[in-house]
Design a protein around this ligand. Structure first.
Ligand code: SAH
Length: 233
């Protein structure tokens, strides 16, 4: 069922990169998924989505060989693609249902957005670095992700014009939980956000009613910083 997203198997992107998913890549991806399972990821839908999305499409050619290692890599603008374990961990916490309206803060490479889309979410993803915004928007379009909409914005105010969201995920380390993100959750909605300065605690916040939220404090992670304002080319 995930195959349709990757019908374009031999594409030129930015005139240089060839998007080709070979048997070798598929084998490496299978091993990546097994490693995630070993590290405790049990959600079969999430594992299937990670088995379906070619992570090497979202990396610079120079890192292609390493695309299926459980590591973050530079994506330009001093940012990184999150490591597969972190992507899987946040996605499990979000508990994506088909048709969920999902807000992602920190588009970066677009890999997390692609995983959410493959799971059936309607994704609204916000990026504050103009270069990454343009590059990733083009990549996701090239790959045929029609259910991902990219926005060039400071995500600390959320995306009020598309609220409420069933799920919100922040993929940069925030010093505090931005109030607008809580306000833009639907009742019953879930916000997954890493909070802290040098090390971040993963928080899962559920909106119980118009005024009540339930907060779980989970494991520690290290993300690139969540910054205010936008950065232009
Ligand atoms: N989800 C991404 C992770 C990228 S790293 C992926 O799968 O590759 C986090 C990204 O968050 C960076 O690109 C950074 O520029 C962006 N970011 C940081 N603060 C932000 C903010 N306030 N609004 C929008 N994007 C932000």
């Amino acid at each position: 069922m995930f195959k349709t997203y990757f019908r374009a198997l031999n594409l030129y992107f930015n005139q240089e990169k060839i998007l080709q998913d070979t048997y070798r890549h598929k084998g490496q991806r299978k091993r990546m998924v097994e490693a995630l399972r070993q590290r405790g990821i049990q959600d079969e839908a999430v594992l299937a989505a990670m088995a379906a999305v070619p992570r090497h499409f979202f990396l610079e050619k120079a890192f292609e060989e390493h695309a299926y290692e459980d590591k973050p890599f530079p994506i330009g603008c001093e940012q990184t693609i999150s490591q597969p374990f972190t992507v899987a961990y946040q996605t499990v916490l979000l508990d994506i249902k088909n048709g969920d309206q999902v807000l992602e803060i920190g588009t970066g490479s677009g890999y997390q957005a692609a995983i959410l889309a493959v799971l059936g979410a309607k994704v609204f993803t916000v990026e504050r670095q103009e270069t990454l915004y343009f590059q990733t928007k083009k990549l996701l379009e090239t790959l045929g992700f029609k259910t991902v909409k990219c926005f060039f914005k400071d995500g600390s105010k959320g995306l009020p014009e598309k609220a409420p969201f069933d799920k919100i995920v922040v993929t940069a380390g925030a010093p505090v939980v931005p109030e607008p993100l809580k306000e833009q959750l639907a009742i019953g909605g879930i916000l997954v956000i890493p909070v802290g300065e040098s090390v971040q605690k993963m928080l899962r916040i559920k909106r119980i009613s118009a005024i009540e939220y339930q907060e779980e404090r989970l494991h520690d992670f290290r993300f690139v910083p969540f910054l205010e304002g936008v950065e232009r080319k």
